[in-house]
Design a binder for this molecule. Structure first.
Ligand code: SAM
Length: 330
């Protein structure tokens, strides 16, 4: 798939389909670079159809579909709003609610002029440990010079679903730690002091560093060593070996389960699914955070199987690449 001259994967449509003119609909904003994965997940094609429309990296659907894993943000109650002038567009948005984030697909200059007339929303980096914002943040985009598409409520409180953090480039041995910071911030929970965390695929030690810094007891497993200063942290034990070799029945009991199992192992998602199935059947771990790492092809069938595990969530973090993060927190 190649972007057209404006950088869009698919030509921008000329007319609004009936379902968008007639009422509210859903907008799925693709994770950056993963529009094809999003369309595949939704079972749609890029040419549009009677119940969907692709507009830049946004996919609008008639149904109130469940949020898709490859969507960075989901616009839950999108509607078409008249914006014959810049002032009218800004007023229409302000009448709906206070905070808005523009996502221009076309008419970037006109979009910027509307943004100037709205309350300022910053995409400032947050310090890890601060809670996710609670104020609703709507999303909007200009359809043409007379109309905009606005969604007052979205699944993410962050601009385009992308939290930013004040990074710690000194202490963390790899940027992988940002995936855990983002997960804990979105969930609103993290391992507490003394909780037992298994960290599979832990080298060079970004996740172990996060967990160790939180005061958890970390048992880390990788075929490769941890960076020495991470291995030297008092609450981190490292074992050279395979995360697939760990026996769930030996690691804990249903009465005294392991608190958290983390996996960032570079492995086929299908193999990880079998491993997690063993842990769930044994009932010896409470909470799970696992990265599903895809090769050139995205394994949608395995992603669906993870998403179907009761009580769990499958999402694309802003800090994921060609990966999804599966979480089960109980
Ligand atoms: C992306 S890195 C993990 C980064 C790590 N989470 C961090 O924060 O620094 C993937 C790791 O998976 C490890 N790995 C691959 N297969 C594994 C297996 N069967 N058991 C344990 N580790 C494995 C690799 O050695 C590699 O260190």
């Amino acid at each position: 798939m190649h972007p057209d001259l404006d950088g869009h994967l698919f030509p921008l449509p000329a007319v609004l389909p009936d379902f968008m003119r007639q009422g509210e609909f859903t907008g799925h904003l693709a994770a950056p670079g993963f529009l094809t994965e999003l369309l595949e997940e939704l079972g749609l094609d890029g040419a549009g159809g009677p119940g969907h429309l692709v507009f830049g990296d946004l996919v609008f659907t008639m149904s109130r579909a469940e949020p898709a894993a490859w969507a960075q943000n989901t616009w839950l109650d999108a509607r078409v709003v008249q914006a014959a002038s810049i002032g009218q567009g800004a007023k229409a948005l302000r009448d709906l609610q206070r905070n808005w984030w523009g996502h221009p697909v076309r008419l970037a200059r006109r979009s910027a002029l509307i943004t100037e007339k709205l309350p300022r929303v910053s995409a400032r980096a947050q310090v890890f440990g601060q809670a996710a914002p609670t104020a609703p943040l709507g999303s909007w985009t200009l359809w043409d010079e007379g109309w905009l598409i606005a969604a007052p409520s979205c699944t993410s409180p962050y601009p385009d679903g992308q939290p930013q953090f004040v990074e710690d480039r000194e202490s963390a041995p790899s940027r992988a730690y940002l995936k855990l910071w983002e997960t804990f911030t979105l969930l609103g929970v993290a391992p507490g002091p003394g909780e037992l965390c298994l960290d599979l695929g832990s080298s060079p030690g970004g996740w172990a560093w996060v967990l160790g810094t939180l005061g958890a007891r970390v048992f880390s497993v990788d075929k490769a060593p941890l960076e020495p200063r991470i291995a030297a942290m008092p609450n981190i034990d490292h074992c050279l070996g395979s995360g697939f070799g760990l026996d769930p029945l030996a690691a804990g009991t249903p009465d005294k389960p392991v608190d958290w199992l983390f996996s960032d192992m570079a492995c086929y998602p299908e193999r990880l699914l079998t491993l997690i199935g063993r842990w769930l059947a044994a009932g010896t771990c409470r909470n799970f955070v696992c990265t599903l790492k895809f090769q050139a092809e995205t394994d949608h069938a395995t992603a669906r199987a993870f998403a179907a595990i009761p009580g769990s969530r499958l999402l694309h973090l802003a800090h994921n690449k060609h990966e999804l993060t599966w979480v089960l927190v109980r």
